[in-house]
Design a protein around this ligand. Structure first.
Ligand SMILES: Nc1ncnc2c1ncn2[C@@H]1O[C@H](COP(=O)(O)OP(=O)(O)O)[C@@H](O)[C@H]1O
Ligand SMILES: CC(C)(COP(=O)(O)O)[C@@H](O)C(=O)NCCC(=O)O
Length: 267
């Protein structure tokens, strides 16, 4: 079994792959950085001994070091860290400097490619929100292009930055509504509208570029804060354009899916 690691800025997600059968974890483990020691307890509960570990890390050197030390101590394993590049897993990276792209975003495009051959967008609501577009599989070689994408503060970061940067605003919670009538509602609605509005903007860019609407997939721990608003705005936009309804589809772990698809060529 191979451990799959996605170290994000808030949490580390860990799954596994049986390379012989393609079998994957039922549910990924999510740990905060400070709880990395819990990995010892959790991997001891696994019904197998991992023989390799591959991962991406956008959370800085100390998180990588903690993970590396923990897996070395527990299983004598070295983590094979994946970095962004110009091409991998049948996808070409349009970033001017490919190595600058977050490795989690890059590998998530390979995860997304497992779910559709159509032009698609992955909206990930983590610490940051990223809205990334993958072109269709439409040439003879079957290669695809990562067209680029947006970065904005994630829902929780928007909320905490409002509370930290103002004298009077709390950490706003609540439902998004058309016309907010108290502060919590005003903040929750503002954040949901900003996140869903950015998603919709990028979906329209995709529609113009491809001539067909990109499929939209979502991921990340902050999705539940904006799901209703995002689904509602996209449904309305599609209806206004005379397009059939097509909801945003949730992907629990596109980064781990991408690592799983890269594993055979990495190991
Ligand atoms: N138990 C939890 N601990 C921390 N964040 C959580 C938890 N449950 C949901 N969240 C939300 O998930 C977000 C982090 O999502 P995640 O996809 O793990 O991000 P990242 O990949 O940047 O670490 C947080 O900003 C928060 O809104
Ligand atoms: C955009 C990110 C901060 C997202 O990180 P996350 O929210 O998943 O922790 C990360 O992918 C990153 O540091 N990217 C480097 C810059 C770029 O992708 O252009």
């Amino acid at each position: 079994m191979i451990l799959l690691i996605d170290a994000g800025n808030t949490r580390i997600k860990i799954g596994w792959l049986d390379i012989a059968t393609g079998r994957r974890e039922d549910a990924a483990l999510a740990l905060r950085h400070v709880d990395v020691a819990e990995l010892a307890l959790r991997t001891k509960q696994l019904a197998f001994t991992p023989i390799a570990a591959i991962g991406v890390n956008v959370a800085g050197a100390s998180v990588a070091r903690d993970l590396a030390e923990t897996l070395q101590r527990l299983h004598s394993l070295e983590i094979r860290w994946v970095h962004s590049g110009r091409m991998a897993g049948g996808i070409t990276n349009a970033y001017e400097v490919p190595e600058q792209l977050g490795a989690d975003r890059w590998v998530s495009m390979m995860g997304l490619a497992r779910h559709t051959d159509e032009a698609a967008m992955l909206a990930t609501f983590g610490t940051a929100t990223t809205l990334d577009t993958l072109g269709p599989k439409d040439n003879e070689q079957g290669t695809r292009l990562f067209h680029g994408g947006l970065i904005l503060p994630g829902p929780a970061l928007m909320r905490s930055s409002l509370a930290a940067g103002t004298a009077n605003l709390p950490e706003g919670n609540g439902e998004a509504v058309a016309f907010p009538i108290h502060t919590h509602q005003a903040i929750a609605t503002g954040i949901a509208a900003a996140q869903a509005g950015a998603l919709l903007r990028q979906w329209r860019e995709g529609l113009e570029r491809f001539g067909v609407p990109p499929m939209v997939y979502s991921a990340g721990g902050g999705w539940d804060m904006i799901e209703d608003e995002a689904q509602r705005l996209l449904t309305k936009a599609r209806k206004d354009l005379g397009l059939a309804a097509e909801p945003i589809r949730w992907l629990p772990n596109p980064v781990l899916d991408g690592l799983a698809s890269l594993a055979p060529e990495l190991l």
